[in-house]
Design a protein around this ligand. Sequence first.
Ligand SMILES: [Zn+2]
Length: 370
Amino acid sequence: MLKRVVNQVEQRPVARDKQATARRESIEIAGVHVKAGTRQSIDIPLPSFYTHSSASIPIHVVHGRQPGPCLLVSAALHGDELNGVEIVRRLLAHKQIDKIKGTLIAIPVVNVFGFVSKSRYLPDRRDLNRSFPGSETGSLAARLANIIMTEVIPHCTHIIDLHTGAVHRENLPQIRAMLSDAPVTEGMARAFGVPVILNSELLEGTFRMAASNHDIPVLLYEGGEALRFDEFAIRAGLNGVLRVMSHLDMRRKSRKTSPVNCLIANASQWLRAQQSGILRSLVATGTQVEEGDVLAYINDPLGENSEQLISPVSGIVIGKTNLPLVFEGEAIFNIARYEAADEISDHIEAYQEEHHPLTDNSDSDEPPLV
Ligand SMILES: [Zn+2]
């Protein structure tokens, strides 16, 4: 059993609301009580490093004065996926966060051990996102998963889990969620506002599966590449979280929040290298492609034996490798299949413009990361 030593940060009051009704109960996480109308950082203790240095999961709780949903926004379940960490930082600095109804629990770094070693995995080489719901006596990954499931999940009514593509692999901002017979999840997914939603099944051992077993709707956001900050994916992710908070009535709807046309794809397909070689990619993420289009060439270093990489389907490129050195069999492009792909490609263009630092007309005062 872990000793629950908690570093408390002084409670800060959040904005007073004259219409506040009966006093809300405080929320308790890892033995720390956060009073209604305050916000607080909490460290949830983890097994220590073998250096004897202590380890903990940093959490910030904004417990609004008025009742409402309890939204968890988590990031870096895969320790090398960094965009979500910056999305959480911007979310907590957002000027409206002090005024929310309900509760926001933000965890910028779930997989603290992977984050320290800049790795997707835990030191025991397990994938935390295949180790849920975990157990108190299992592997390090299982114990970490269990801490999230016992300390945090019982409070949550909705979850947004922030991810990126793998190392050298970039994803177009997209939502993955299981939408069949899940109107609440679908409402959140549409509210998030990305043009591309992938209706995807739940895998055993994932955080999504564990939360769904508790009937908590979960969105998984994917955007950008591991070990990199991507300003577009960060802006899109932050905007999406804020839009979902408006949809859940946790914050006022912004007048600038225009509805985004999104299409739901039920399948995506990886296009793999037919031969090893140097890859010359011709399409970016977000590009609409037709069956039979040439998406890339692969040649040897002398420029001989050049082969075309041809799209087997029509759809939108939602993921691609950024490393031009490929082995035969390597996944190069992920294509979401759409019957009406041309309908969505205009929306993607408008969306990219909306979240580009030069054309973004939101009132963000965050300087763009370059
Ligand atoms: Zn991930």
